[in-house]
Write a protein that binds this ligand. Structure first.
Ligand code: ATP
Length: 359
């Protein structure tokens, strides 16, 4: 049943919004013969920041567009605070959006871009001016309101786009790869700023990215998508430590993919048995072992190996070794522990449970 949404909160007062619950149930969407979403369900809690993460073409943008109302869905339901909005058009769903391309109107100043949505809503001039200033201050551009897009850096343009999305105080903020056109340093700075603003406002946020580091760094929970379904949703720690599938283990973080033999809840790799995550598997498998779960040791019982290469990565170092049985493994360790090619070393496994898939 389609019942009308409660009226949007008045756009006077402070920018802070009350968190809104978002629910997607059994969403299907096809483009011709291609099923882009195959029965996706997702609940986003009020004030939560959820990242949709997955490889190119897995359906992230399609899911975000289904949520926003930009695209019609073939089947399923979208609800906001318990109200089915599946047939409510995009402009009535009350969602703020920021896309990958900066998408500012080039003939308007930053302030006029931010003001645009308030004009559309017929907010009076004095209130518009105050709210535009508040929104620009929030993104740290309070003194750049008079600039045109071409007079702003990429990062500044995205901050204006964020202010424009938030100035009307939407119920939900949708971000589709908003950082991907920016250079690495600006990306990190801006993602932190987005997260701080999101927390301050308490606005429910869905953020699309294919960058796992970005997703793990900012989101309360991350939904890992693959071929039109959500493979796993969980906190960054859950996904990293307790992946429910080899796909998640492989996609989130770095793993050594090692040949092994599984038996009785364990898997033997390089002559050592490691506990297996999830349902027990038997026979030949590939095991996903994190580089930081392999530790250099001087003690007995380790695996003898030779260093192949070692890279300095700032606070840590990644060293590739060849075990005595020929297996190549990446080991992550403290940068002060310097290793050189051809050094004889010994390693052991930390013993954390590992994901496996049949070979
Ligand atoms: P990326 O990270 O590359 O943006 P994505 O995970 O966001 O990928 P989607 O854009 O959701 O992926 O696309 C999912 C699938 O649906 C892809 O195979 C894509 O080619 C297809 N698709 C998306 N939009 C359309 C469209 N308008 N017409 C036809 N096929 C489409």
């Amino acid at each position: 049943m389609n019942v009308p949404l409660a009226p949007a909160p008045p756009i006077t007062g402070p920018l802070t919004v009350k968190g809104t619950a978002v629910s997607l149930r059994g969403i299907h969407k096809s483009f011709g013969a291609h099923a882009a979403l195959r029965g996706v369900s997702l609940d986003v809690l009020p004030g939560e920041f959820v990242a949709l993460l997955g490889p190119s073409g897995c359906g992230k943008t399609t899911l975000l567009r289904a949520l926003s109302g930009l695209d019609r869905i073939d089947d399923g339901a979208v609800s906001i605070d318990g109200v089915d909005v599946s047939r409510v058009p995009v402009e009535k769903r009350d969602m703020g959006m920021v896309f990958q391309s900066y998408s500012l109107f080039p003939h308007l100043t930053a302030a006029q871009n931010v003001e645009f949505g308030l004009r559309m809503r017929k907010v009076d001039a004095a209130r518009r001016t105050a709210r535009v200033q508040e929104a620009l201050d929030m993104v740290g551009l309070g003194d750049r309101g008079g600039r045109y897009a071409h007079e702003l850096s990429g990062g500044q343009q995205q901050r204006v786009a964020l202010a424009r999305a938030l100035v009307t105080r939407p119920r939900v903020l949708l971000l589709d790869e908003p950082l991907s056109a920016l250079d690495a340093k600006v990306r990190v700075k801006l993602r932190e700023q987005i997260r701080r603003i999101q927390r301050d406002l308490g606005i429910t946020t869905v953020f699309v990215t294919h960058d796992q580091e970005e997703a793990l760094a900012v989101a309360d929970r991350v939904a890992v998508m693959n071929e039109g379904v959500i493979e796993q949703i969980g906190t960054p720690e859950d996904l990293y430590r307790r992946p429910v599938s080899p796909f998640v283990a492989d996609f989130v973080g770095l793993s050594n993919v090692l040949d092994g033999v599984a038996h009785g809840g364990g898997v033997e790799v390089c002559g050592h048995v490691l506990p297996v995550l999830g349902a027990p598997v038997e026979g030949s498998v590939q095991a996903f072992v994190r580089p930081e779960d392999i530790v250099f040791t001087d003690g007995a019982g380790g695996v003898d190996a030779t260093v192949v290469a070692s890279s300095f990565l700032g606070s840590l170092r990644r060293t590739v070794v060849r075990a005595s049985d020929g297996t190549l493994l990446a080991v992550q360790h403290d940068a002060s522990d310097r290793r050189e090619p051809d050094d004889a070393v010994r390693f052991r496994f930390a013993g954390h449970p590992v994901a496996v898939r049949p070979r």
